[in-house]
Design a protein around this ligand. Structure first.
Ligand code: FES
Length: 136
């Protein structure tokens, strides 16, 4: 009965050279090469200019490209609305526009999904029935 996972032959599983270290570079060698190429003073992310908008009347700083939901989560605002049936607090659940749990009022338009709405300068976000954000 043949072994289920036979050992690699002399030229298999060790790169094209047939021995460890030769032939195809390992992932670690690629990592070291990329690290050397990108060495130097850099920022981890290049953020755009900050912008401000309001959440329940409090001014909040965010960056272009962030969603309202991401900013609220970063502020520690877990509840963004109350459920219609029981008045229980609701917040971001799926984070990708499916569950509808993150609905807020944006510039007077109700039931806007916070997780799918990018922030913009001067935007007015209201959290229906919920106080917040904690750190304006
Ligand atoms: S968190 Fe699910 S739709 Fe926004």
């Amino acid at each position: 009965m043949p072994a289920r996972h036979p050992a690699p032959g002399p030229r298999e599983g060790r790169g094209a050279g047939g021995r460890a270290g030769g032939g195809v570079p390992s992932g670690f060698k690629v990592f070291l090469k990329l690290k050397k190429q990108t060495a130097g003073p850099r920022r981890l992310t290049d953020r755009p200019e900050p912008l401000t908008f309001t959440v329940n009347g409090q001014e909040v700083v965010a960056y272009q490209g962030e969603t309202v939901g991401a900013v609220l989560a970063a502020l520690g605002q877990r509840a963004v609305r109350l459920s219609e049936k029981y008045g229980a607090p609701r917040g971001l659940f799926c984070g990708m526009g499916v569950c509808q749990e993150c609905r807020v009022t944006v510039d007077g338009v109700s039931n806007v999904r916070a997780c799918m709405t990018p922030v913009s300068l001067g935007m007015r976000v209201e959290l229906p029935g919920v106080e917040g954000p904690p750190h304006g």
